[in-house]
Design a protein around this ligand. Sequence first.
Ligand SMILES: [Cu+2]
Ligand SMILES: [Zn+2]
Length: 203
Amino acid sequence: MKKHFLTAMGFCLVLAMAACGGGEKTEVIEAREDSLSGPDTAMHTMHADTAMYDEAVADLSGTKADTVVTGVARFVRRDGKVELTLTLNVPKKANSTVAVHFHEHGDCGDEGKGAHGHWNPTKEDHGKWGSAKYHSGDIGNIKLDKDGRASLTIETDRWTIGGPEKTNILNRAIIVHSGVDDYTTQPTGNSGSRIGCGVINKK
Ligand SMILES: [Cu+2]
Ligand SMILES: [Zn+2]
């Protein structure tokens, strides 16, 4: 019995030494993690290709031969927000109201259908600008005067010129509709056909 006990003691000593060696192993693992941070950082740098710009512009034109639409949307970065100044002229729609939205794709082809649906980076319902829920490009209804002209200014922190995908307005299409946005119908506002379009580009 006594002999067995001593053997057991010796075993424990060996284990204790092994445990001591374990400390070195831990250091090796940490060193490996350090070396992994290299490629990881490089990956973040790749994703960080989100430069921000001070100005952007979209020139609006008609999507169909029979409807004249002209206008300019100018965007300027100011105090962490972006200010839009939009001027619009649709002579055929004088004294009436048209809806304007940012659509997802910067493509005015196929009579504006190339722009696809409303740009909706925050995954909200379509709605009235400034209400509880609305898409980040739901500019909404604009009343045209007797000559079919209108202008409007909006300032918001929901937009950036370049920058994160969730706020980047570059390469979105601004669509002018023939009808009025009811701010209710999902996901379009039932705003009618697409008569005008322009793509937002950095200046
Ligand atoms: Cu629209
Ligand atoms: Zn919308």
